[in-house]
Design a binder for this molecule. Structure first.
Ligand code: SF4
Length: 225
Protein backbone atom coordinates (compact mmCIF):
# COMPACT_ATOMS: atom_id res chain seq x y z
CA UNK A 1 0.00 0.00 0.00
CA UNK A 2 1.33 3.42 -0.92
CA UNK A 3 1.79 6.05 1.74
CA UNK A 4 -1.02 8.25 0.40
CA UNK A 5 -3.36 5.25 0.56
CA UNK A 6 -2.36 4.66 4.17
CA UNK A 7 -3.09 8.31 4.99
CA UNK A 8 -6.43 8.18 3.16
CA UNK A 9 -7.45 5.07 5.08
CA UNK A 10 -6.38 6.57 8.41
CA UNK A 11 -8.30 9.77 7.60
CA UNK A 12 -11.41 7.64 6.98
CA UNK A 13 -10.88 5.91 10.32
CA UNK A 14 -10.07 9.08 12.28
CA UNK A 15 -11.56 12.12 10.55
CA UNK A 16 -11.20 14.16 13.74
CA UNK A 17 -7.57 13.37 14.63
CA UNK A 18 -6.20 16.35 16.56
CA UNK A 19 -4.04 17.38 19.51
CA UNK A 20 -5.86 16.20 22.62
CA UNK A 21 -3.93 18.24 25.18
CA UNK A 22 -6.07 21.11 26.48
CA UNK A 23 -4.40 24.48 25.84
CA UNK A 24 -5.30 28.03 24.85
CA UNK A 25 -1.93 29.23 23.56
CA UNK A 26 1.60 28.01 22.67
CA UNK A 27 2.91 28.42 26.22
CA UNK A 28 0.11 26.31 27.70
CA UNK A 29 0.69 23.64 25.06
CA UNK A 30 4.42 23.61 25.89
CA UNK A 31 3.60 23.13 29.58
CA UNK A 32 1.06 20.39 28.77
CA UNK A 33 3.57 18.58 26.54
CA UNK A 34 6.22 18.63 29.28
CA UNK A 35 3.65 17.30 31.77
CA UNK A 36 2.61 14.52 29.37
CA UNK A 37 5.95 12.67 29.59
CA UNK A 38 5.13 9.10 30.66
CA UNK A 39 1.54 10.15 31.43
CA UNK A 40 -1.61 10.06 29.34
CA UNK A 41 -3.11 13.20 27.84
CA UNK A 42 -6.28 12.43 29.80
CA UNK A 43 -4.35 12.65 33.09
CA UNK A 44 -2.65 15.87 32.03
CA UNK A 45 -6.00 17.40 31.06
CA UNK A 46 -7.26 16.74 34.57
CA UNK A 47 -4.67 19.04 36.15
CA UNK A 48 -3.92 21.75 33.58
CA UNK A 49 -7.19 23.75 33.77
CA UNK A 50 -6.53 24.52 37.44
CA UNK A 51 -2.83 25.12 36.79
CA UNK A 52 -3.50 27.53 33.91
CA UNK A 53 -6.18 29.35 35.87
CA UNK A 54 -3.84 29.90 38.79
CA UNK A 55 -0.81 30.76 36.63
CA UNK A 56 -2.15 32.17 33.37
CA UNK A 57 1.12 33.59 32.01
CA UNK A 58 4.77 32.52 31.78
CA UNK A 59 5.58 35.31 34.25
CA UNK A 60 3.07 33.99 36.80
CA UNK A 61 4.37 30.43 36.53
CA UNK A 62 7.99 31.61 36.60
CA UNK A 63 7.50 33.36 39.91
CA UNK A 64 5.39 30.61 41.51
CA UNK A 65 6.99 28.46 44.19
CA UNK A 66 7.55 24.77 43.53
CA UNK A 67 5.10 23.94 46.33
CA UNK A 68 2.37 26.01 44.66
CA UNK A 69 2.98 24.31 41.32
CA UNK A 70 3.13 20.87 42.89
CA UNK A 71 -0.19 21.44 44.64
CA UNK A 72 -1.81 21.87 41.19
CA UNK A 73 -0.20 18.88 39.47
CA UNK A 74 0.26 16.35 42.27
CA UNK A 75 -2.27 13.96 40.69
CA UNK A 76 0.06 13.08 37.82
CA UNK A 77 3.15 10.88 37.99
CA UNK A 78 6.62 12.36 38.56
CA UNK A 79 5.04 15.62 39.70
CA UNK A 80 8.08 16.73 41.74
CA UNK A 81 10.31 16.70 38.67
CA UNK A 82 7.61 18.01 36.39
CA UNK A 83 6.97 20.99 38.68
CA UNK A 84 10.67 21.86 38.39
CA UNK A 85 10.56 21.37 34.62
CA UNK A 86 7.59 23.65 33.97
CA UNK A 87 8.92 26.29 36.35
CA UNK A 88 12.24 26.15 34.44
CA UNK A 89 10.38 26.34 31.13
CA UNK A 90 8.41 29.41 32.28
CA UNK A 91 11.59 31.10 33.50
CA UNK A 92 13.29 30.34 30.19
CA UNK A 93 10.43 31.92 28.23
CA UNK A 94 10.49 35.02 30.45
CA UNK A 95 14.27 35.43 30.60
CA UNK A 96 15.24 34.43 27.05
CA UNK A 97 12.18 35.58 25.08
CA UNK A 98 10.50 38.34 27.12
CA UNK A 99 7.60 36.07 27.98
CA UNK A 100 6.68 35.27 24.36
CA UNK A 101 6.96 31.70 23.06
CA UNK A 102 9.50 31.49 20.24
CA UNK A 103 8.53 29.82 16.95
CA UNK A 104 11.69 28.19 15.61
CA UNK A 105 12.95 24.71 16.35
CA UNK A 106 16.31 26.02 17.55
CA UNK A 107 14.78 28.60 19.91
CA UNK A 108 12.17 26.21 21.24
CA UNK A 109 14.81 23.57 21.93
CA UNK A 110 16.89 26.14 23.82
CA UNK A 111 14.14 26.24 26.46
CA UNK A 112 14.56 24.03 29.53
CA UNK A 113 12.58 20.79 29.22
CA UNK A 114 11.73 21.22 25.52
CA UNK A 115 13.19 18.49 23.32
CA UNK A 116 12.79 17.83 19.63
CA UNK A 117 9.42 16.08 19.97
CA UNK A 118 7.90 18.89 22.06
CA UNK A 119 9.28 21.56 19.72
CA UNK A 120 7.74 19.76 16.74
CA UNK A 121 4.35 19.52 18.48
CA UNK A 122 4.37 23.24 19.33
CA UNK A 123 5.49 24.31 15.85
CA UNK A 124 2.88 22.19 14.14
CA UNK A 125 -0.13 22.62 16.45
CA UNK A 126 0.32 26.27 17.44
CA UNK A 127 2.16 27.85 14.55
CA UNK A 128 0.84 25.72 11.67
CA UNK A 129 4.34 24.76 10.51
CA UNK A 130 4.95 21.39 8.87
CA UNK A 131 6.51 19.09 11.47
CA UNK A 132 6.31 15.46 12.55
CA UNK A 133 6.66 14.84 16.25
CA UNK A 134 7.59 11.21 16.86
CA UNK A 135 6.18 9.96 20.13
CA UNK A 136 5.76 6.35 21.21
CA UNK A 137 2.61 5.87 19.07
CA UNK A 138 4.07 7.42 15.92
CA UNK A 139 7.21 5.33 16.32
CA UNK A 140 5.36 2.05 16.83
CA UNK A 141 2.87 2.61 14.00
CA UNK A 142 5.57 3.74 11.57
CA UNK A 143 7.57 0.60 12.25
CA UNK A 144 4.56 -1.72 12.00
CA UNK A 145 3.48 -0.12 8.72
CA UNK A 146 7.01 -0.43 7.30
CA UNK A 147 7.53 3.30 7.02
CA UNK A 148 10.57 2.82 9.27
CA UNK A 149 12.84 -0.08 10.18
CA UNK A 150 12.45 -1.94 13.50
CA UNK A 151 15.76 -0.69 14.86
CA UNK A 152 15.46 2.93 13.73
CA UNK A 153 15.97 5.58 16.39
CA UNK A 154 13.27 8.18 16.98
CA UNK A 155 15.24 10.68 14.92
CA UNK A 156 15.63 8.19 12.07
CA UNK A 157 11.89 7.52 12.13
CA UNK A 158 11.23 11.26 11.94
CA UNK A 159 13.60 11.67 9.00
CA UNK A 160 12.11 8.72 7.11
CA UNK A 161 8.58 10.02 7.62
CA UNK A 162 9.65 13.45 6.39
CA UNK A 163 11.10 11.82 3.29
CA UNK A 164 8.17 9.54 2.57
CA UNK A 165 5.22 11.81 3.38
CA UNK A 166 4.33 14.94 1.43
CA UNK A 167 5.33 18.00 3.47
CA UNK A 168 1.78 19.30 3.37
CA UNK A 169 0.68 16.14 5.23
CA UNK A 170 3.30 16.05 7.97
CA UNK A 171 1.24 17.63 10.74
CA UNK A 172 -1.97 15.83 9.80
CA UNK A 173 -0.17 12.49 9.54
CA UNK A 174 1.31 13.06 13.01
CA UNK A 175 -2.20 13.28 14.50
CA UNK A 176 -3.49 10.36 12.42
CA UNK A 177 -0.66 8.10 13.58
CA UNK A 178 -1.21 9.12 17.19
CA UNK A 179 -4.94 8.37 17.03
CA UNK A 180 -4.33 5.08 15.22
CA UNK A 181 -1.69 4.05 17.79
CA UNK A 182 -3.67 5.28 20.78
CA UNK A 183 -7.09 3.87 19.91
CA UNK A 184 -6.56 1.01 17.44
CA UNK A 185 -3.02 -0.24 16.90
CA UNK A 186 -2.14 -0.27 20.59
CA UNK A 187 1.18 -1.60 21.83
CA UNK A 188 -0.59 -4.59 23.41
CA UNK A 189 -3.68 -6.15 21.86
CA UNK A 190 -3.93 -4.18 18.62
CA UNK A 191 -7.22 -4.66 16.74
CA UNK A 192 -5.66 -6.64 13.89
CA UNK A 193 -8.89 -8.49 13.13
CA UNK A 194 -10.45 -5.23 11.89
CA UNK A 195 -7.33 -3.59 10.47
CA UNK A 196 -7.02 -2.61 6.80
CA UNK A 197 -3.22 -2.93 6.88
CA UNK A 198 -2.75 -6.64 7.66
CA UNK A 199 -1.43 -7.46 4.18
CA UNK A 200 1.81 -5.59 4.80
CA UNK A 201 1.95 -4.97 8.55
CA UNK A 202 5.25 -6.16 9.98
CA UNK A 203 3.77 -7.01 13.39
CA UNK A 204 0.78 -8.90 11.98
CA UNK A 205 2.90 -10.92 9.61
CA UNK A 206 5.33 -11.82 12.38
CA UNK A 207 2.39 -12.99 14.52
CA UNK A 208 1.02 -15.07 11.64
CA UNK A 209 4.40 -16.66 11.06
CA UNK A 210 4.67 -17.52 14.73
CA UNK A 211 1.15 -19.00 14.76
CA UNK A 212 1.98 -21.14 11.70
CA UNK A 213 5.16 -22.35 13.38
CA UNK A 214 3.25 -23.39 16.50
CA UNK A 215 0.63 -25.19 14.37
CA UNK A 216 3.36 -27.03 12.48
CA UNK A 217 5.02 -28.12 15.73
CA UNK A 218 1.66 -29.40 17.00
CA UNK A 219 1.12 -31.41 13.79
CA UNK A 220 4.61 -32.93 14.02
CA UNK A 221 4.03 -33.88 17.68
CA UNK A 222 0.62 -35.38 16.91
CA UNK A 223 2.10 -37.42 14.09
CA UNK A 224 4.92 -38.71 16.29
CA UNK A 225 2.52 -39.69 19.10
S1 SF4 B 1 -2.46 -5.35 11.60
FE1 SF4 B 1 -2.52 -5.04 13.82
S2 SF4 B 1 -0.44 -4.47 14.42
FE2 SF4 B 1 -0.65 -4.20 12.19
S3 SF4 B 1 -1.17 -2.07 11.89
FE3 SF4 B 1 -3.08 -3.22 11.96
S4 SF4 B 1 -3.71 -3.17 14.13
FE4 SF4 B 1 -1.56 -2.56 14.03
Amino acid sequence: MKVDEILAKLTEMFPDAHCELIHRNPFELAVAVVLSAQTTDVSVNKVTPQLFEKFPTPQALASASLEEIESCIHRIGLYHNKAKSIQGLARGVVEQFDGVMPQTMEELMSLPGVGRKSANVIMSVCFGMPAIAVDTHVERVSKRLRLAAPKDTVLEVEKKLMRKLPKSEWSHAHHLFIFFGRYFCKAKNPQCQDCPFTSFCREYQAQQKQAEKVEKQKRVKAKAA
